[in-house]
Design a protein around this ligand. Structure first.
Ligand SMILES: [Zn+2]
Length: 487
């Protein structure tokens, strides 16, 4: 080597030393290179992904631990305007189980256009979705290798905490948008393996929302995954198998429909409306919106049946109960079943010191949700921690003090295997969730009726935790036209 050549070599080595990427940058650079190079990624305008797959029923399956209920997804099409922050997903899903809305396939169209999230109903009517949903959809834009690595390559992005876990190298990314996610790449192939984001779930608190990528194939100068699997913590929520996908193909019109774009933003949770109707002395039906409760007065205390949905609804119901009977302490809650919309206010009830009575099969689940961290969005229990007192009911439980009697019975079946109903023998009122709502669609009524006949209960009225109170005659009429539960 000549003297001049040696100097050139040393200069090159020195330069390389100065510009050697940090370990966190190296992970992103490796991912970009494996996908097709940073220039190719930067040039991507649109992604159009079509396929089919499966969705699962998080928080709504037959037991807290079950995952067997699925929807078959067909006609999946997701079009993404990568630079414009717009996306639209269309799919049709068909339940493979006794679904409360009936067995028909449902077409869904959901989109995000910058600040505006929207849904398009099957009849073509578009409506703006609430801000938390818009946030979720903006987050979802990053759940693809190209968009995630593109965001991580942005000079304004901050990278941190490079690490190796198993066969993956991970780096935490704060995107220029402020969105925070973790990019995990396969340590061998360097291809993105997963994108993980922390989010808030009303029932579960802090959860990891992740999408895993597999089956990479060559598309338009890039490597793109042919399988995308979404999870909430360890629960798989959706699997999509890609049939065709295109880079810079025709994404169609991704602008929010005018009806949604011109609608005002829906921020915060609307205050709850709680009405109170006396069903019998000492028994109030607390309705007003989609999910109802009952207040029951005993000689020396009060009991609620159901604190549904979320803190807002549950705390409003609790306040209403205390206002209706100010002289007696509210000490008990009967939770009908584990489904997220019915158990979403249990944490609020715990924070108010109520003892929770539920089906034995939900006890471990309630113990789990009582202790999960809620740091992303601190809820009532996070702000006012209290220990959980929970009582499981296996066969039957009678709560009575002479002035008031309530019998709790398990009501198992296709809707939930860990559910209680409440029966007031003197007033002949039956309280149930989800297995009978007066109306045209009756997925569970026939099965429910068979269960009631087996118990030989004398019932005048049914007080459902949705819809409105029905006479037993009305229930018999509805149950007789109900389709038998299938699957
Ligand atoms: Zn339910």
């Amino acid at each position: 080597m000549t003297r001049k050549g040696l100097f050139a070599l040393l200069a090159a080595v020195a330069l390389a030393g100065c510009s050697r990427p940090s370990p966190e940058q190296q992970i992103v650079n490796d991912a970009a290179q494996a996908l097709g190079g940073r220039d190719r990624i930067a040039a991507v305008k649109t992604l159009v992904v079509e396929g089919a797959g499966t969705q699962y029923n998080l928080g709504q399956d037959v037991t807290p631990g079950a995952s067997g209920q699925t929807f078959t997804v067909t006609g999946y099409k997701r079009a993404v305007d990568v630079a414009g922050g717009r996306a639209r997903t269309e799919l049709t899903r068909q339940p493979n189980f006794a679904f409360f809305q009936g067995p028909a396939a449902q077409k869904q169209i959901a989109g995000i256009d910058g600040a505006v999230a929207y849904n398009v109903a099957p009849n073509g009517t578009a409506a703006r979705a609430a801000e938390p949903i818009a946030n979720d959809r903006r987050a979802e834009l990053l759940h693809h290798p190209v968009t995630a690595v593109r965001a991580a390559l942005d000079p304004m992005a901050r990278l941190a905490n490079p690490r190796t876990e198993g066969a993956e190298s991970l780096v935490d990314v704060t995107a220029a948008s402020g969105q925070v996610f973790t990019l995990a790449i396969d340590s061998a192939t360097k291809l993105p393996a997963r994108v993980i984001m922390m989010a808030d779930n009303t029932n579960l608190g802090d959860v990891a929302i992740s999408t895993a990528f597999a089956g990479y194939q060559d598309v338009g100068g890039l490597k793109l995954p042919a399988k995308l699997t979404s999870k909430t913590d360890d629960f798989t929520t959706q699997e999509i198998n890609v049939s065709t996908q295109a880079v810079d193909g025709d994404a169609g019109d991704l602008a929010a429909p005018a009806a949604a774009a011109s609608a005002p933003a829906i921020t915060g949770t609307a205050p709850a409306t709680v009405t109170a109707d006396v069903l019998a002395p000492g028994i109030w039906y607390l309705a007003g919106q989609s999910h109802h409760s009952l207040l029951v007065e005993f000689a020396d205390h009060l009991m609620l049946i159901e604190t549904p949905q979320n803190d807002t609804r549950a705390l409003a119901v609790i306040a209403k109960a205390r206002a209706l009977v100010p002289g007696k302490p509210l000490t008990q809650l009967v939770n009908s079943h584990h489904h997220f919309d019915h158990s979403g206010g249990v944490r609020a009830a715990i924070s108010e010191g109520l003892t929770v009575i539920t089906h034995q099969g939900n006890v471990a689940f309630l113990e789990e949700i009582a202790k999960r961290p809620h740091t992303k969005v601190p809820d009532a229990l996070a702000k006012n921690p209290k220990p959980l007192t929970v009582e499981g009911v296996k066969d039957e439980k009678v709560i009575t003090d002479g002035t008031m009697t309530v019998n709790l019975y398990p009501v198992t079946g296709a809707h939930s295997e860990t559910m209680l109903m409440a029966y007031f023998p003197r007033q002949r009122i039956l309280v149930e969730a989800d297995v009978y709502n007066p109306g045209p669609v009756q997925t569970f009524a026939a099965e429910f009726l068979a269960g009631l006949k087996a118990r030989n209960l004398r019932i005048d009225r049914i007080a459902p935790l949705h819809a409105q109170v029905a006479t037993y005659a009305q229930f018999l009429k509805d149950a007789s036209k109900a389709p038998a539960s299938t699957n």
